[in-house]
Design a protein around this ligand. Structure first.
Ligand SMILES: CCCCCCCCCCCCC/C=C/C(=O)SCCNC(=O)CCNC(=O)[C@H](O)C(C)(C)COP(=O)(O)OP(=O)(O)OC[C@H]1O[C@@H](n2cnc3c(N)ncnc32)[C@H](O)[C@@H]1OP(=O)(O)O
Length: 304
């Protein structure tokens, strides 16, 4: 539904796109004449995340739409968090399927252009948004099922790992994993914790050190995904799984999910600022910037 009302947001919120979108979504709206800056709410309508609700079934399908590869730009991350928050607050929705609108790609992971050649303030803002996305997804009260309909490296894999269940398309070209070491970078401890909680310590150690990207059948074997099905059945299978999980009373399932996940999330929550500082100083190193630039160049040359 298109929003057309004129709203007022505090002018300080216009300093950064992340703050601007978040403030609008959280309703930080001053009354008319409150000294804010007039903007149209239409600007906050989601462009990069499509949400298709099915109130009768109590579910929604959330599709990432950031062509060509669904890289997790600041804008996409912001919209994802806002869309999730809306769904969390919608009493008619109890479960969500996360999938992609880009053919053959679930998500290419964090947007390398957000981590290359920018200034420390930008890196800090970007990393805060990445943290926020992970915390919101990982601790969501909703049942989340990933319908992995394409390649899912690094940050793409992380999104899938936050879900309660993962269904992947049976195409050997689609790979999933935390491949950070291949880029000369290191998966942060909370990426690692999420992986360890999913596939265990030994398998994670091997996968992380080698930056392994698993094709679907291997991902199933190692426990990174729960089901592999033909591509045209990924979304319908995810919806069936969602219905099974939703047969459990919400309060019991939610308390159980929280009991399982809170200690892992708390590790980051206790040191969010330090984690941002670590990221900024790590990513700002000349050697890391060089590695990322070379990796991006390689991706571009692949075509030519
Ligand atoms: C002392 C220790 C301290 C530790 C402290 C730790 C701090 C933390 C450290 C940092 C942690 C960072 C964690 C990072 C997580 C990530 O997610 S990094 C991103 C990783 N992603 C990838 O490696 C995937 C790269 N992409 C691909 O492999 C392929 O693109 C694809 C997804 C398989 C799709 O292939 P194809 O369909 O053939 O498309 P392409 O032609 O390759 O790409 C199309 C255009 O898209 C651009 N692109 C691709 N991926 C990205 C990306 N991730 N970000 C930005 N842009 C991307 C690609 O360059 C092409 O661009 P054009 O040529 O301009 O069209």
């Amino acid at each position: 539904m298109a929003l057309t009302a004129v709203i007022r947001v505090p002018s300080r919120a216009l300093l950064r796109p992340w703050a601007r979108l978040r403030d609008a979504a959280l309703g930080w709206i001053e009354p008319a004449g409150g000294g804010g800056v007039e903007v149209s709410a239409q600007r906050f309508a989601s462009q990069k995340v499509l949400v298709e609700p099915d109130p009768a079934a109590g579910v929604a399908v959330m599709k990432f739409k950031n062509p060509p590869v669904n890289s997790l730009s600041l804008e996409l991350l912001t919209e994802l968090v806002i869309s999730l928050e809306k769904l969390e607050n919608d009493k008619t929705v109890r479960g969500v399927v996360l999938t992609s609108d880009c053919p053959g790609i679930f998500s290419a992971g964090l947007d390398l252009t957000e981590m290359c050649g920018r200034n420390p303030a930008h890196y800090a803002e970007y990393w805060k948004a990445v943290q926020e996305m992970w915390l919101r997804l990982y601790l969501s009260n909703l049942v989340l099922v990933a319908a992995i309909n394409g390649a899912s490296p690094a940050g793409g894999c992380l999104i899938a790992l936050t879900c309660d269940y993962r269904v992947m398309a049976d195409n050997p070209k689609y790979c999933i994993g935390l491949n950070e070491t291949l880029l000369g970078i290191v998966a942060p401890f909370w990426f690692k914790d999420n992986l360890v909680n999913t596939i265990g310590h030994r398998a994670s150690e091997r996968a992380l050190q080698l930056g392994l990207l698993f094709p679907p059948t291997e991902a199933l074997q190692v426990g990174m995904v729960d089901k592999v099905v033909p591509k045209d059945q990924v979304q319908s299978t995810a919806l069936s799984v969602l219905a099974q999980w939703m047969a459990i009373p919400d309060h019991a399932r939610q308390l159980t999910k929280n009991m399982m996940r809170k200690p892992t999330a708390d590790r980051l929550l206790k040191q969010r600022d330090a984690d941002i500082q670590n990221f900024v100083s790590f990513i700002s190193r000349d050697s890391i910037q060089k590695s990322l630039q070379m990796y991006l160049e390689k991706l571009k040359q692949k075509k030519g």
